[in-house]
Design a binder for this molecule. Structure first.
Ligand code: ZN
Length: 134
């Protein structure tokens, strides 16, 4: 099922997007998908809410997430999942807004595996999980 994703873009940028599309002979959707896959941002470092020390952004150790699908608890290890960690108290903090979306996507992955009669993955690489399908 295809759905619209709407973004407000200035005329200046819109004209340049059209130019780039024409230059490479790409559909708008493909240009957007390629651009998002190529983008690598920086994860914001936070302060520990307990000891107020600066956290460090880390992907270690692998993150263990339990998702619920059809009343069953399924454990999935997520590698390369960035989150903030406090070196003083050891507290780990997921990035606001990311945890819920990760859970949602992991549930979709489990459902998709079940539907295509593939084994449910017990380990998923976050870097692969955020790649769009082109
Ligand atoms: Zn702390």
């Amino acid at each position: 099922m295809k759905k619209y994703l709407v973004a407000e873009i200035s005329k200046f940028n819109k004209d340049r997007i059209k130019l780039k599309r024409a230059l490479y002979g790409m559909q708008m959707e493909d240009l957007i998908l390629h651009s998002i896959n190529a983008y690598e941002g920086k994860v914001e470092q936070t302060t520990c809410p307990h000891c107020h020390e600066e956290c460090i952004v880390t992907t270690k150790p692998p993150f263990e997430q339990t998702v619920e699908v059809a009343g069953k608890q399924i454990e999935i290890v997520v590698t390369n999942y960035p989150r903030n960690k406090c070196n003083t108290c050891g507290g780990e903090f997921e990035i606001l807004g990311v945890a819920g979306l990760l859970d949602e996507i992991l549930v979709e992955e489990v459902v998709s595996s079940v539907r295509s009669r593939k084994p449910i993955p017990n380990e998923i690489d976050f870097n692969e999980l955020i790649q769009l399908k082109i």
